[in-house]
Design a binder for this molecule. Sequence first.
Ligand SMILES: [Zn+2]
Length: 546
Amino acid sequence: MHGQKSDPELHAPLNIPLRISANFGELRSNHFHMGLDFKTNKKEGYPIFSIDQGYVSRVRISPYGYGKVVYVNHPNGLTSVYAHCSKFNTMIDSVMQALQIEQNENEIDVFFTADEIEVQVGDLIAYSGNTGHSQGPHLHFEIRNTATQKALNPLLFGFEIADHISPEIMSLRIYSLTQEGYVIPGKIQKVTLPEKNKGQIIFADTLAIHPNFLCEEGNVGFSFDMQDLFDEESNLCGIYSSRLEIDDQLEFCQAIDSIDFTDSRYINNHMDYTAFTNDKRHFQKTFKTLGNPLEIYPCDQNGIKKIEANKVYHLAFSASDFKNNETKLSLNFQAESKAFMSCREIFPAEKYLFPDSSYSFENEKIRFLIAKNTFYEPVLKNLSLNTPFSIGDVDQPIQKTIAVAIKSPVSNSEKYYVQVITSGGIKKALKSSLLNGWINAESEYMGTFSLNQDKTPPTIAAYNFRIKDQKISKSEIYWKIQDATTSVQSYNLYVDGIWKPVYFDNKSYTIGYEIPEVFSGEHQFKVVASDQCNNTQIWEATLNID
Ligand SMILES: [Zn+2]
């Protein structure tokens, strides 16, 4: 099953034992985990080494996503990626700082050519950290195909991680499906499984599928709540491969070798989204809904199984990790009856929005624009073009953003933004722009939309020092910058009138300035911050540095 040969020449990215806290393909919110997370003893600052020779092809500094990240292109057509770094090596740090100063931009994404920053195998390129969207110090490590930028399973390249434990399969779900693999609303049957014994789960009784579960076409599909463990680690990871047979016929298979970043959000269709979002369960479907482009299903079968009522079927399922530790499940099932209703009648066109259509709904107050393949399955329309404006089902995910425009009550105000209230009553301030009297935004959520105002600038406060301090004897001073209504969009520090690069930590909402070695005496500090609606705050003080 493993697609590529491992390369014994690769250098480990860390010089501490490689312990995994998350593996490739693990289920995350709106994406698959695209690499391996290596533990760094809950600390920052471990040296990170290039796994092979090549050149630094890209370095990015962002408060979000990968934080501070280095990409290295290698001669064998692969790119290695090292994310959430605390800092880069001295050379990369000075190159990046010079570019930040040149552009007066804190957040930069720089691409380099092959002759700029060459690296040898094992060269120190950065230090591990916790920058960007990271829940604690670790190294997020990826291997990509340089040409396609698809993420590859790094375990294909031979990092030795001890694993002798087969996956856990906790429970399964049966779904009544249309021929396209759309789940019939409310037709989900939940089945708890007996415990695994020597890698086998045997469900002794014949499982009865509820009466009136199937529609006339009689299609079912399954999902399995599965996780995997590495030896001596408590972190639950994702499984690697699975295989479903019914009556000895292959119906579905999965192997997570490669994921395209543009497809990664299709995880919302690969897993049982509601179980993941509401119950933190990791149900992975063993059927492929029409339109799912993920390249993790290496056989032709789509797992959508047409069944007869009152006939016993035998299901054999197996799940494996990368080291081929396997858990097998055996189960008989039988449907008691079929409904007389066709699946097609379940989704009337006047009540639902469909994946294979594009939509535009508008009047003089509001416009909704929906591209084709925005939805994974038919979703309830819930359309209102009068206040409160609404569209769709708040509890369902979408693949593409919905364009929303609301007519501005005044012709020139940039202080307005579009707000969406989505699942659980959560309010999101959407990044909005004024154009021809309309406030425009892109929404990743369905829900209720309104026009709100933000006239309040961010707050800026001294974080680890006081303005009144006689002398400040810190190696680094911090400010906390927050915006109550929307979010902080820009932050700039000037020391004695000169712009200085800073990093915005999106977890503590702070920026820090490292005090230079020879710097004692009075200095003028100025911090300027703006929010999404261009409300600007200025903090100024003369500080006496020790
Ligand atoms: Zn990660």
